[in-house]
Design a protein around this ligand. Structure first.
Ligand code: HEM
Ligand code: HEM
Length: 196
């Protein structure tokens, strides 16, 4: 009996990349966090509060931090509803076990950065000086403990970022399994399947 082409069931394509919204948010957040880490450590931290350029530097930093907060909340909401991709093995059982944990530690550190920065700015009365131009910056930011926490978490975040990038490059260039393509912004219909 002749079977018409359209009656043959087609195998359902499976997504091989993260959904587009997650990919866009991942790279936007990554670029802004790297900028905040580099700018905060190498420029802002070296300016004394008496420097006339300091309020504008703080303004840019605080706005960037607030945008990172909004985008991170959006990413976590999108992620909660998005279909999950199967994990890619690195060939090392211990590393495969810690990767999901490292990703959640990443999320927690970003939120801790934002929380400590926001509270430190509010308690030190920075918004009035930085956004409204009222008064001068205090000689030292209060409370010192929150400042120390913000700096410590920034160092930890930079270390986890280095580990994350090393892992991604190991997959991409040593194992050559195309892991970075799963996060790529390039239009690649071949990898998208039906779900993208
Ligand atoms: C501070 C910046 C970054 C943050 C906060 C970050 C965070 C994350 C998180 C939380 C995930 C897990 C996705 C999920 O399950 O929700 C992820 C995945 C990924 N990240 Fe990043 N990332 C950053 C920078 C980078 C950079 C610079 C690269 C470049 C090599 C990169 C490459 C990847 C890749 C390839 C994946 C997908 C892994 C997979 O499909 O299993 N990330 N990132
Ligand atoms: C993921 C987001 C953020 C990152 C990666 C980040 C990173 C940094 C870094 C690297 C420093 C310099 C630390 C040092 O070595 O002394 C810094 C300082 C600071 N950050 Fe953030 N930050 C973030 C979010 C925020 C937010 C949301 C605020 C407030 C709204 C904020 C307020 C501050 C303040 C007030 C300082 C102190 C500046 C000084 O030392 O005089 N940060 N931040």
């Amino acid at each position: 009996m002749e079977v018409k082409a359209e009656t043959i069931a087609q195998p359902k394509a499976v997504a091989k990349r993260h959904p587009r919204a997650l990919r866009v948010l991942h790279w936007l957040i990554a670029a802004l966090i790297i900028a905040a880490l580099v700018f905060g450590t190498f420029i802002m931290a070296r300016l004394p509060n008496s420097d006339p350029g300091k309020p504008f530097a703080l303004l840019k930093h605080m706005l960037t931090g607030t945008v990172i907060f909004g985008l991170s909340v959006a990413r976590l909401l999108v992620r909660a509803k998005a279909p999950r991709l199967a994990p890619m093995s690195s060939g090392m059982a211990w590393a495969d076990r810690i990767v999901p944990l490292v990703h959640r530690v990443f999320d927690a550190l970003v939120l801790l950065m934002i929380g400590s920065g926001l509270v430190m700015a509010l308690v030190s009365g920075l918004p009035q000086t930085v956004f409204l131009g009222r008064g001068a910056l205090p000689e030292h930011l209060d409370p010192a403990l929150l400042h120390a926490l913000h700096v410590f978490v920034a160092r930890l975040l930079a270390a986890v970022l280095a580990l994350h990038v090393a892992g991604a490059f190991y997959h991409q260039f040593v194992l050559r399994d195309g892991l970075i393509s799963r996060m790529s912004l390039r239009a690649m219909r071949r990898l998208d399947g039906a779900v993208s």
